[in-house]
Design a protein around this ligand. Structure first.
Ligand SMILES: [Zn+2]
Length: 403
């Protein structure tokens, strides 16, 4: 059915176009906005007047223009509202509160035992994190535009957001409903690799890339495939499950139930498992760091890492041959740690396993956003709704604002 456009839609659309343009171009003048959007100077002035009136946009200084009147610069008011990003990883849960300039205002970090992914534990940890960042930032809950949550596994959007985390025993977990019982804040949930992909797309060193693959390597392995500037989701949003593509038919058993998956060789849990006992440290993050540190003097550790680089490189070659990206970005706590030491070997293995032409057109680099990229990307989910004008206010928030 074709939608009938109304004057109200048009106004909302102009507003959204201007907000997106200002968000990524700030600070800029009304004239810059008119040039960038093709909207008339009068339309820009009208919408900006409305946005200034609502406290969303601020006038922030001015610049001289050649011969004419100085141009007033505009920016989004960083304190108009706040967003929260949650990274549910396998080794920790991170909760971070940002203002609209994406400056981090508060952070809570909870290490997890990788064997403990009970739904109740994760829900309780997220809710504790939300309370902690609200308390330490002093941000009023009514000013929080929303909470984005990045989780491992396949996220099925719909009236009941369901998380299918096959590798850690989450079957169709109604995460949205379970969190709703403990918070009134608007909630947006997506796969963590996809939220990290969006962080790279918005704020990374390759922001604006049209064709990229962002690889999230932690205990497990995932990816976000960016095609024509947007995240490729597939028919049920499971696209990008790179960790469960087969790297060795009939190989090592994988946590997903199959054999020979990339994750069964290149995920941190699998790397440590390939090295074997005794454990190098109590937690996975320290154990992988210890393994890397031991490599120069321990042939076994060196061999495990050399194999890891070979498997990762082969997996990356598959991405290059399948998607022809401009760039491949390695992130996630294990990806950053491995990449710092093995990037030349990973690139070399990728070169050996991919077709010459697409390999020559691809860069393989480390993400510059650090291990917080999943949480930062999760926080872009409510920002997206804010810029589109589709932020939902929950009833409890409305009551909060009225009181
Ligand atoms: Zn698997």
């Amino acid at each position: 059915m074709r939608r009938r456009w109304t004057v109200r839609d048009l106004r909302r659309d102009n507003r959204s176009v201007l907000l997106w343009t200002l968000y990524f171009g700030q600070p800029c003048s009304r004239q810059d906005l008119s040039e960038a959007t093709g909207l008339s100077p009068a339309s820009v002035s009208n919408v900006i007047r409305e946005l200034i009136g609502e406290g969303i946009v601020l006038e922030a200084g001015s610049v001289d223009s050649d011969g004419g009147r100085p141009r007033v610069l505009l920016r989004i008011n960083p304190d108009y509202g706040y967003v929260i990003g949650v990274d549910v990883g396998e080794t920790r849960v991170r909760v971070e509160l940002f203002d609209l300039a994406m400056t981090e205002r508060a952070k809570a970090d909870y290490p997890l035992d990788p064997r403990e992914h009970g739904v109740e534990t994760i829900i309780a940890t997220i809710l504790a994190g939300l309370a902690a960042v609200l308390a330490s930032s002093g941000a009023p809950p009514a000013a929080v535009l929303g909470v984005g949550v990045g989780v491992p596994g396949v996220v099925e959007q719909g009236p009941d957001v369901l998380v299918h985390g096959q590798t850690y025993g989450w079957e169709a977990v109604p995460l949205h409903r379970l969190l709703r019982a403990g918070t009134a804040l608007p909630l947006y949930i997506d796969n963590g690799a996809k939220t990290m992909g969006q962080a790279e797309l918005w704020f990374g060193n390759r922001r604006g890339a049209q064709h990229a693959v962002v690889c999230l390597i932690g205990s497990g392995v995932g990816a976000s495939i960016i095609s024509h500037g947007t995240t490729h989701r597939g028919s049920t949003s499971s696209a990008g499950e790179w960790g469960h593509t087969t790297i060795a038919a009939g190989g090592r058993p994988c946590r997903c139930g199959s054999r020979g998956c990339l994750e069964a060789y290149a995920g941190a849990e699998a790397i440590l498992d390939r090295y074997g006992p005794p454990p190098l440290a109590a937690d996975q993050e320290s154990a992988l760091a210890a393994l890397i540190e031991a490599a120069p003097t321990t042939p076994k550790a060196a061999a495990v890492l050399a194999d890891t680089a070979a498997y990762l490189g082969a997996g990356i070659a598959d991405l290059i041959n399948l998607f022809n990206p401009e760039t491949i970005i390695l992130g996630g706590w294990a990806g950053l740690l491995l990449g710092q030491h093995l990037l030349p070997q990973i690139r070399d293995a990728a070169r050996r396993h991919s077709l010459k032409h697409p390999y020559a057109k691809t860069t393989i680099e480390l993400g510059h956003l650090g291990p917080d990229a999943v949480a930062l990307g999760a926080a872009t989910l409510p920002i997206e709704h804010f810029l589109n004008g589709t932020t939902t206010t929950t009833t409890a928030q409305k009551n909060d604002r009225a009181s």
